[in-house]
Design a binder for this molecule. Structure first.
Ligand SMILES: [Fe+2]
Length: 612
């Protein structure tokens, strides 16, 4: 009977989560029926790209001009960008025996319609596009198609263009190591360990620089769980290197650059970057933390536009870059790139966040779009990862987890303790993850680290998202039922979630009841956890249910992010800012002394305590 129960549970979860994600996270490249491509070449059609060589000053991105002409133009003509430039179908496999060998079996890395900003294209047959390319380890070619993206007909192929050094080390991303005084630097290059030795040269700003070795990871097509990651979306990931900069002095500024020593004795260098070492755990000083989920990536050149991704994702990124001097650490709590099995998009995501991630620790969580795939051990058996089944997120970003396949970890930052949960693996009592959660919450030294923050991708607490409203759960099933006693017992100040693409804040709440009225200022002893949904990082927005609850205090259907500011061990500020203007639309403060933390709240002290 137990196995029947488990099967039923799996079916319920599979059905449930497909209904929760809907079309919100669809990858634009998946709309292109590339395997249906047929030939329609004509000598009268032309497509040409310039300049021929990119990144001559060491840049890792550059704008190119693509000019084209077609004797028989149509409004559904489009241009696909392929990388590597030789996109022949040599690696194709038939999907079934009735099918002919496809002409093409690799998705472009981006696409745009030929009439984009070329209003009279369908009359003149002439047009040009400005496209932004990033260095991603291979050359590029541009292809003019007719027939729309659902029935592509290959009309003309361009010349090849390339970055001066396609293998260059790029897109460093920092993360806190397993201890507070260790910074992990992860980057991507085209250099295997057989060609070069990867390392980071680093030291205190203005001081002597030392070199630290880096480890190298990669993966093959066989590591992907299924299509499209294993088929049309596959692209060689290059090599992902991580070096651990250890024994940092708290708060000091450091510089670093990425290096590869080739076996012929020459060196390849990245540009130089700067970061500030993290504060000592418990250090009483100004500490500023940004948290959001579901940002995805978008294209500044307007390509791949689909599902309204552009304004949110780019605006969030721009606001954070603009305010970077006032940000100390960032948490992106799942649904990172929405590559969904189109691997080229991970390079583009790391390029988009590089100005942030190369300067402050960029800590990531795992979401359904990183991990979920049927039959691969994910808690939900849906297809939201596009066959990546976690491999990309676990390799492209370092997190201080014991086992990066199990994406839960804790990290200390000054007066904060963060417990980051992996909602794509079981969290219920009796599981390995539940033990981690209790250990993380219970080992925070609240005198020194008073601000205890719980982070997860799916909403384990409270959300008025439309799909949770339809289910009548206002949460993931088995979320707060499993965890609310822990939040209460260990006095979690704030729990934040993504997955629902909007912003919402509750009253301090326990067992679906407001323990006190929501407010902008809370003083005195802890009473209950405040739950915040901050899933409006960039992916298309999610509606609220029209059902009204007593606990939902503030709702905003817009793109935005949260900033936590700990002024000292007595005052914490939460601000919700919109991505469109960076202004504050909701906020609250918590003010309390250490004796307030020691006080008992409902179910927070043992039943035998005299105070009860
Ligand atoms: Fe999600």
């Amino acid at each position: 009977m137990r196995s029947h129960g488990l099967i039923l549970l799996a079916i319920v979860l599979a059905l449930y989560c497909c209904s929760t994600t809907g079309h919100n996270g669809e990858q634009p490249l998946s709309k292109i029926a590339i395997r249906k491509t047929t030939l329609a070449t004509t000598v009268a059609a032309r497509i040409r790209a310039s300049p021929l060589v990119l990144g001559l000053q060491g840049q890792t991105s550059e704008w190119v001009t693509v000019k084209f002409s077609h004797p028989n133009p149509s409004n559904d003509d489009w241009v696909g960008v392929f990388s590597p430039a030789n996109f022949s179908a040599t690696t194709c496999e038939k999907e079934n025996f009735r099918e002919y060998e496809p002409l093409l079996c690799t998705a472009p890395i981006k696409y745009q319609y030929a009439n984009y900003k070329n209003d009279d294209y369908n009359k003149t047959g002439r047009g040009s596009l400005k496209l932004q390319l990033i260095n991603q380890r291979a050359d590029f070619s541009f292809v003019l198609f007719s027939g729309g993206i659902s029935n592509p007909k290959l009309v003309a192929v361009s010349n090849t263009i390339s970055f001066a050094n396609p293998k260059a080390p790029v897109y460093p991303r920092l993360a806190q190591g397993k201890s507070w005084n260790e910074m992990a630097v992860t980057w991507t290059s085209g250099y295997s360990t057989e060609e070069a030795v990867p390392f980071v040269e680093w030291g205190e700003l203005g001081g002597p620089q030392i070199r630290s070795a880096a480890g190298t990871l990669t993966f093959s097509r066989a590591h992907m769980c299924d299509s499209p990651a294993r088929t049309v979306g596959w692209r060689d990931p290059g090599f992902i290197h991580t070096s651990f900069l250890k024994d940092l002095w708290p708060n000091l500024l450091y510089t670093y650059k990425l290096g590869h020593r080739l076996y012929n004795g020459s060196y390849i260098w990245s540009q130089s970057y700067t970061f500030r070492a993290s504060p000592y755990p418990g250090q009483d000083s100004l500490q500023r933390v940004v948290i959001f989920g579901d940002m995805g990536k978008a294209e500044a050149d307007g390509s791949n536009e689909y599902n309204n991704y552009q304004p949110g994702s780019l605006n969030t990124t721009y606001q954070l870059i603009k305010d970077l001097k006032n940000i100390d650490i960032v948490f992106h709590i799942g649904d990172l790139s929405y590559a969904n099995g189109y691997l080229s998009q991970w390079d583009q995501f790391t390029a988009q966040v590089e100005p942030i991630a190369s300067t402050v620790p960029y800590m990531v969580g795992s979401g359904n779009h990183e991990r979920d795939w049927p039959g691969t051990g994910s808690f939900y058996a849906n297809m939201d990862s596009g066959g990546e089944c976690g491999v990309l997120a676990e390799t492209m970003f370092y997190v201080p987890a014991e086992n990066r396949q199990k994406f839960w970890y804790k990290t200390d930052f000054g007066m904060f303790r963060f417990c980051i949960v992996d909602t794509e693996h079981d969290w219920r009592p009796g599981t390995e993850q539940y033990k981690f959660i209790e250990h993380c919450l219970s080992t925070a030294d609240r005198e020194k680290q008073p601000w205890l923050i719980f982070l997860a991708h799916r909403v384990l607490g409270y959300s008025s998202g439309e799909f949770y409203g339809i289910e009548g759960t206002f949460q993931e099933p088995m979320g707060r039922d499993s965890l609310q006693e822990l939040w209460q017992k260990y006095k979690v100040d704030i729990a934040l979630y993504g997955h629902v693409h909007n912003y919402e804040r509750t009253c301090p709440i326990y067992q679906s009841t407001c323990v006190r009225e929501a407010a902008h200022h809370y003083t005195g002893p802890f009473e209950a956890t405040t739950h915040v949904v901050v899933g409006g990082g960039g992916s298309s927005l999610a509606k609220f249910t029209p059902l009204r609850t007593r606990w939902s205090y503030y709702q905003d259907y817009d793109f935005g992010f949260v900033k936590l500011t700990a002024f000292n061990q007595s005052t914490l500020l939460l601000e919700y800012k919109k991505s469109r203007d960076g202004l504050v639309y909701d906020y609250f403060t918590i003010t309390r002394d250490y004796r307030d933390i020691l006080d008992c709240a409902v179910d927070s002290c043992s039943k035998t305590s005299m105070s009860s």
